[in-house]
Design a protein around this ligand. Structure first.
Ligand SMILES: Cc1ncc(COP(=O)(O)O)c(C=O)c1O
Length: 468
């Protein structure tokens, strides 16, 4: 309640001043002149484009390792027995996963493809965390035989895994994925619900099974969660469930997995503050998650291993996209469109982030209000809806920052081929995925015999045909 007595206070209307150099006197957006960036990962943008072309995706190995080390040190300082299972789907370029493996990461996978990729890179099966809402029977058998950490997603999978284990005459260790109401919208597509008792019921079922042994609980709060408090509440609920399971069944919960979702400095569309201002640090996430574990540790049958499954926080800020302006044109209102050669097919995260975009050089030109659009023949190929940059011309280059997460794994071949993906490291720069050629897209096609005409005899689609 206000302590001001309205009868005692005389109201005076506010006066407005025009502050020179203040926001009123400046063109919109000029309060922050975006810095130019002519170097990426220690190499000039110019030399990179000359050698590898444009657009170009550049992964910086040094930054990748630095993000891993910072996160690992932060969590291990709070809970020594922490395992980092790097989320493979976030970026399944082999070189990225290999760097993570070198740093000591396990693999967190959600498909047979990702599982085999990890194995191929030398990550042992018992250092693979196998999650996801659907795993094929073949993939499950492989995971059993190699002792992978298997997290069950629902009743159907529980029954199927039990039947497969029984068929093989094996006893298989499993974890349960738990979902709970922590954020909105809830991530309720996955796992067993805590609040309805479904999770406890599943734990009892596994406990009674001759072919399954419950040894872990898993959850993944959601994706891009800037608030460490959510993780704190999540781990507390997981601990309470684990202790209850240990009291009421024969299970020993030797692993608690809190998943991924740690945000980066990227800014989501339509948020008031930049990502940098709202995102927690690695140390803050670590403290929110490990402090409840330290408090509860004595109550467990044995101190559990903590697993985390970071994706974007490891890779996002380590990669940049170099792109070239191919056209500038006026669109609605005062805005101009800058057409670049990197569209949403290779940068799908532009659909939810306002990526930071920097010009290679700042020649001191006036600031312009731009929409940055890609080369695809679709109106929705918009990379930034609105950004203020020093006036740009055809041929200028731009650097789009923090594109390491999900942009390769969710990219699509549409209209244009994917470009070169390179990694900058201590000894230079290597291509880690070569630019696609036409034959890459067409190689799996088959032209039925009756469609092969005299004109198509030399086509790549005819090369294995008797008459080709
Ligand atoms: C089970 C699981 N773990 C980890 C991740 C990684 O998430 P992020 O890249 O947001 O850290 C995901 C992504 O959705 C996930 O589904």
């Amino acid at each position: 309640m206000s302590t001001i007595d309205p009868k005692q206070t005389t109201y005076t209307s506010p006066e407005l001043f025009n502050v020179s150099d203040g926001p009123v006197g400046r063109p919109p957006g000029s309060e922050r002149r975006i810095e130019a960036q002519s170097m990426v990962a220690g190499h000039s943008v110019e030399s990179l484009v000359e050698k590898f072309g444009s657009p170009l995706y550049v992964m910086d190995e040094t930054r990748l390792r630095a993000s891993y080390r910072r996160l690992s040190e932060a969590f291990k300082a709070g809970w020594t027995h922490t395992v980092i299972g790097c989320s493979v789907k976030t970026n399944y370029l082999s070189s990225v996963v290999a760097v993570m493996r070198d740093e000591g990461a396990w693999g967190e996978v959600v498909s047979g493809f990702e599982y085999r990729l990890c194995r191929d890179l030398g990550i042992p099966g018992d250092q693979i965390i196998f999650n996801g809402p659907w795993k094929t029977d073949d993939d499950l058998r492989l995971a059993f035989s190699e002792g992978a950490v298997l997290n069950l997603d629902g009743d159907d999978e529980l029954e199927r895994v039990e039947a497969l284990a029984a068929g093989l005459g094996q006893k298989v260790k499993v974890g349960l994925r738990i979902n709970m109401q922590l954020n909105y919208p809830p991530w309720d597509k996955f796992g067993f619900k805590l609040e309805t008792g479904h999770a406890m019921e599943a734990a009892r079922l596994v406990d009674k099974s001759e072919h399954l042994e419950l040894n872990g609980l898993h959850m993944h709060v959601g994706t891009y969660i800037p608030d460490p408090g959510l993780y704190g509440r999540g781990i507390e609920a997981l601990i309470a469930l684990a202790l209850r399971i240990e009291r009421e069944t024969d299970a020993t919960i030797s692993s608690l997995d809190i998943g991924g979702g740690y945000a980066t400095r990227n800014t989501l569309h339509d948020t008031m503050l930049p990502g940098e201002a709202i995102t927690a640090t690695a140390e803050e996430y670590a403290e929110a998650i490990t402090a409840p574990l330290r408090r509860a540790s004595a109550q467990f049958k044995e101190a559990p291993r903590l697993c985390i499954e970071p994706g974007r926080i490891l890779v996002d800020e380590a990669a940049s996209m170099i792109t070239t302006v191919r056209a500038v044109k006026r669109i609605s209102g005062q805005q101009k469109a800058v057409l670049i050669d990197a569209g949403v097919h290779i940068m799908p995260t532009a659909w939810w982030y306002d990526h930071e975009i920097r010009p290679e050089f700042d020649h001191g030109h006036d600031i312009e209000d731009y929409r940055i659009v890609g080369p695809l023949c679709m109106q929705i190929d918009v990379v930034r809806k609105q950004v203020n940059l020093p006036a740009l011309s055809t041929g200028d280059r731009l650097v789009i920052q923090d594109v390491g997460a999900y942009n390769f794994s969710q990219s699509m071949q549409f209209i244009y081929m994917r470009p070169n993906y390179v990694m900058a490291h201590a000894k230079g720069v290597d291509i880690i995925r070569a630019r696609e050629e036409d034959s890459y897209v067409r190689q799996l096609e088959n032209l039925p015999d009756h469609l092969i005409g005299p004109e198509t005899q030399g086509s790549i689609l005819c090369k294995d045909k008797p008459n080709g």
